[in-house]
Design a protein around this ligand. Sequence first.
Ligand code: ADP
Ligand code: MG
Length: 448
Amino acid sequence: MELILQKWEEILKTVKEEYDVADVAFESWLRPLQVYNIIGSTLYILITSEQILLSYVKKKFTLPLKVVIAEITGIDYDIEFIGTDQTGRIKSYNNINSKNINSQNTNLNPNYTFETFVVGKNNSFAHAACLAVADSPGEVYNPLYIYGGPGLGKTHLIQSIGHFILQQKPDKKVLYVTSEEFTNEVIDSIRNGNAMAMNKLREKYRTVDILMIDDVQFIIGKESTQEEFFHTFNVLHSAGKQIVLTSDKPPKDMETLEERIRSRFEWGLLADVGYPDYETRMAILRRKEDIDGFFLDDDILDYIATNIKSNVRELEGALNKLLALSNLEHKNITMEVAIEELQNIISPDKPREVTPQLVIEIVAEHFNISTDQMISKTRINDIAKPRQIAMYLCKNMTSAPLDTIGALLGGRDHSTIIYGIKKITDEYAKDENFHHLIETIKKKINPN
Ligand code: ADP
Ligand code: MG
């Protein structure tokens, strides 16, 4: 048992290498596997994530794991995978561990814990507030409201609260949802039109000990969702249950939000997360290196930390890109390689010049479409809308004349461009979510 536990990380990494498992696949399927117990010659491996994965993981990894474990430990085990619903059937090697395995569907990402979170000036207040809430849920700051720009660690922080609570008190009911999921569930149960669907929804949300709703700005303008949220909030709050919210802005800036809801946001504690300073960015990169077991020269880390300032997700993305090159293409990562490979991610020292080309590229990237599609003739809304957004942002963020914008976007004429810009301008003024979307893309184009 000791041996397996000790070598587990190495076993997983070896499977990854020898069977060419891609990074994403590794993170979603292999990394979450836990050694559960050895009984006789059978090694039980626990899958803590979604049940649907069980059969897939079984099919794909039973043999590779068996082979690699035999290679590394010299012992030929039979491999059995079990899901969290079976943990009652088979006992785990240490009971403490089995208590920690939570069979609730909390929606928590196992990587988002306090242990992996780097504290810096930009987030130390929010971090302290989250710790306090995790330590005494429902007692100190209720609700806790964390706000700040995209990719700055809000989701990571609030999920850490969930993990912490489950570690201390495994029988607490913890639920994390994004406000989109919440909205969809409300809409679904309304559409179902029967009392049972609504009761089920209420049962789900109103019986938890800790409710975390992420990116709560998206409930703005959605009346029935706001209504449901309002009542859920009141029920939980008056029962002394903890509520944790995140948003991209403080409540006072959520101008079109109903007053009764906005005021509740302010009942507890507001904490913001800002941009990390250089030291914090370096520390985040180093922490990630440790986790991945992948180490770069200091000058490359410095290059990344100096150039990516306003978004931790992008900071990590840069490291992931180099990691993938090194793992999958076996490239030796030198400074030259780093500069070459990261040029799309990194905005150089000086604020990068915003050109129409850049705008088009970033808008395409944001919507996960190619620049070829952007300039193509297709009028499918999924493409046409991003194209119009690009028109609008080219007009607003660069000094390019309309004819140039039209030429760059597949030779479109003046009036098409004017029409596109007007459409986006109108929607931007009318729709809060859309407004937010445009601001997010603007930040990606020019973070300074
Ligand atoms: P947000 O919810 O604010 O958009 P996330 O919490 O999703 O941001 O963070 C984006 C990525 O950056 C995540 O992978 C997260 O783990 C990482 N991250 C952000 N801040 C930190 C930090 N201080 N320490 C470690 N990782 C961080
Ligand atoms: Mg988030």
